[in-house]
Design a protein around this ligand. Structure first.
Ligand code: B12
Length: 234
């Protein structure tokens, strides 16, 4: 250990979480992984580590990126450090043993390569018992349609982080309407620049501000759909 190195294990929980915000800011993958493991050993719930340490750290990065203090290469390092922390938490969040409650296809829209939020939603949905098929980033409408056809999910999830790419969600929904497919799926949308009005305006079933809301809304809409089907049959 060099003189500058901090002994993460010697820090209190609050100090460690603050240190993680700094380490995420500096894009330090190994330190983030070590800290995630330390918090797990101290009995922290994976979801708390995710939200209080990683998501909050990325929020701080986002503020300085917006203000021109951080630039793309630095933010990319932060994103990679965040992903390395998430990779430790993913299996733990998925490990609930919950019965499968539904299937979701999710992807970031064409022109957009942001995937941390989408990955987080995937993780939380898996943890809640959903099967998730992640079709990645930069998806043209054809990719979404092919994935719907192949996997026949209950839910289609679309993510967009740019004001320039969010209108593409409407392109996908309009194409689903055109093909007579729209009503076969629950469409959920999310991403920092979106809001509820936008979700409504483009014809989505729901806008979700974060991954926890996504899980609740997905469960709720699936339950409603089952009830509707049961009522129609009865
Ligand atoms: C990390 C980051 C990057 C990384 C992405 C790395 C990666 N692998 O994702 C890199 C450096 C590559 C990048 C690039 C760019 N970025 Co950027 N980026 C960010 C940053 C700082 C954080 C995004 C993030 O990961 N947040 C953390 C996650 C957890 O939050 P989230 O994505 O919002 O997701 C949550 C919810 O929104 C929701 N959700 C998200 N998706 C979905 C989907 C569904 C179905 C549901 C239900 C819910 C849901 O649940 C998630 C979990 O809780 C944001 C700042 C910000 N405020 O968002 C800028 C930001 C999005 N980027 C921005 C810009 C401008 C760019 C670039 C154009 C910069 C450039 N000059 O090149 C490029 C565009 C590249 C492209 N074509 O996509 C702007 C967008 C401005 C705008 N209004 O359009 C922002 C807002 C920064 C800013 N204020 O200027 N970026």
């Amino acid at each position: 250990m060099s003189e500058d190195d901090i002994d993460l294990a010697a820090l209190s929980d609050d100090e460690l979480v603050e240190q993680m915000h700094d380490d995420l800011y500096d894009g330090l993958q190994e330190e983030i992984q070590d800290a995630v493991n330390i918090l797990l050993e101290r009995g922290w719930a994976p979801y708390d580590i995710l939200t209080k340490a990683l998501v909050e750290g990325m929020r701080i990065v986002g503020v300085d990126f917006r203000d021109g203090i951080l630039f793309v290469p630095e933010v990319l390092l932060s994103a990679n450090a965040m992903k390395s922390g998430m990779s430790i938490l993913r299996p733990l969040l998925a490990e609930t043993g919950a019965p499968k409650v539904g299937k979701m296809v999710i992807g970031t829209v064409k022109g957009d390569i942001h995937d941390i939020g989408k990955n987080l939603v995937s993780m939380m949905m898996e943890g809640a018992g959903f099967e998730v098929i992640d079709i990645g980033i930069n998806n043209p409408v054809e990719n979404y349609l092919a994935a719907l056809e192949e996997h026949k999910p209950d839910i289609l999830g679309m993510s967009a982080l740019l004001t320039t790419t969010m209108p593409y969600m409407k392109v996908v929904i309009d194409e689903m309407k055109e093909k007579g497919l729209r009503d076969e799926y629950i469409v959920l949308v999310g991403g920092a620049p979106l809001n509820e009005e936008f979700g409504e305006a483009i014809g989505a079933d729901g806008y979700c501000r974060d991954a926890a809301v996504a899980v609740e809304m997905a469960k709720d809409l699936i339950a409603r759909r089952h009830n509707q089907l049961a009522a129609n049959q009865g």
